[in-house]
Design a protein. Structure first.
Length: 410
């Protein structure tokens, strides 16, 4: 099938600069991008196209760290720091997802909200419940979202009704992986919650499962000072937090580590050397007062950085808001660093929420040939203005501000 969209196309091909194709055609075949053209090649002249006139057509977002069950507590309980927050609010919420019917209801709504806000790819944590995790994967596929979902593993330090035995955790992971074979867009990712949630035996098994099946891995790293001290107690043999993942073969270029707020020079070097992805979660890091990650420094060091909403540690599901939060967090960092660390521009933060994630999915940056056709169409006619704005100005503004119904299509 041929899809042709016409409009003002914005493609984030480089970290620091968007490319603008005014009144151009974006052509895809079977959902895969063929090219962007100023005038439509002859080959496509017999096809109908959708003319979005003066609207913006931008890349849609990848939310690279989000907890599906926590959508049910979005905007609640942000008066605590991480470890107390988990015990007081999060674990009791996740426990309810033992019920696949409840999961169906919440996850259907979540999938709809994600797609209507322009999030077309995810790396997502479910809860520890296998059947509800399958429900989540079904609901995401139904709306056309692609990416990875993980059944969470936790065999220690959970809560009443929210913990597995080591054997259960392994057995359920294997059962889940078998059931995952039916999905096309959503694939499994191995998901040890974080070091305090998983015994050494479980970590060892999960590392083996990931490596034998060539599966990616997602977890949390150096988010909160209390958490880091706890990991040190649990793993006195490890010099730093990350060593506890590396020890179990969970440290490679298919590993996503959320937060990395307090990562040392040594930890950042290990991240860079292994090609591990840092998932920056700026909303969450403010909401749970975890701190301000050193994103500029990480980028300068050549680390792969992508963005996550971390719902519901983060209070924003929309990645537009998380791009704005990324910029604001980097400005806080700029202030903390006596104005010495340059903050991120709109273009840079947008790149991290779109093209930087493409690499994790083995795609090229921008709306490149061969990439999936994942775009958002935005109409900004109703926003106040006193003069004609450039496309770049309209793009920048769109990140911060959109009228109701501004998103015309995803
Ligand atoms: N660390 C372990 N579990 C969680 C979680 O659910 N959210 C966040 N932000 N950090 C975690
Ligand atoms: Fe998280």
């Amino acid at each position: 099938m041929v899809t042709i969209l016409k409009g003002n196309i914005i493609s984030s091909e480089k970290l620091d600069k968007i490319s603008i194709y005014e009144k151009s055609f974006l052509v895809a075949e079977d959902g895969v991008i063929v090219g962007i053209y100023k005038s439509l090649p002859k080959k496509y002249s017999k096809y109908k196209y959708i003319d979005y006139k003066n609207d913006l057509i931008i890349q849609s977002f990848s939310d690279m760290h989000i907890h599906a069950p926590q959508y049910a507590m979005l905007g609640m309980g942000m008066d605590l720091q991480l470890l107390d927050w988990l015990n007081t609010y999060t674990f009791p919420t996740e426990r309810e997802f033992k019920d696949p019917k409840l999961a169906r209801k919440i996850y259907k709504d979540l999938a709809k909200q994600l797609i209507s806000n322009g999030t077309t790819r995810v790396c997502m944590f479910s809860s520890l419940h296998t059947d509800s995790t399958i429900v989540l994967m079904e609901e995401l596929e139904k709306v056309g979202i692609s990416g990875y979902v993980g059944k969470v593993n936790m065999d220690r330090n959970g809560a009443p009704g929210l913990e597995e035995t080591t054997e259960e955790s392994i057995k359920e992971t294997n059962r889940w992986l078998k059931e995952c074979k039916k999905f096309k867009l959503i694939k499994p990712i191995i998901t040890p919650r974080f070091i305090p949630s998983c015994t050494d035996k479980l970590m060892e098994e999960l590392g083996n499962i990931a490596n034998e099946n060539n599966l990616p891995i997602q977890s949390h790293l150096s988010e909160n000072l209390g958490e880091i001290a706890w990991v040190k107690e649990l793993h006195p043999e490890c010099e730093e937090y990350w060593d506890a993942y590396a020890k179990y073969n969970m440290w490679n270029n298919k590993t996503l580590m959320a937060h990395c707020v307090h990562s040392s020079t040594r930890e950042r070097k290990a991240i860079k050397d292994a090609g591990v992805y840092v998932v920056h979660c700026p909303s969450s890091n403010e909401d749970l007062t975890s701190g301000y990650a050193q994103i500029r420094k990480m980028l300068d060091e050549g680390i792969n950085v992508v963005i996550g909403s971390d719902v519901a540690g983060g209070d924003h599901l929309s990645m537009f808001d998380n791009v704005a939060a990324t910029i604001r967090a980097s400005k806080a960092r700029n202030i903390i660093d006596n104005y010495k660390t340059p903050f991120l521009t709109v273009e840079e933060a947008f790149y991290l929420a779109t093209s930087a994630a493409n690499k994790f999915f083995d795609e090229k940056p921008g709306l490149a040939k061969g990439n999936k056709l994942d775009v958002i169409v935005i109409n900004d006619d109703k926003l106040p203005r006193v003069r004609k704005l450039s496309i770049k100005e309209r793009f920048e503004r769109t990140i911060y501000l959109r009228e109701k119904d501004a998103i015309k299509a995803v």
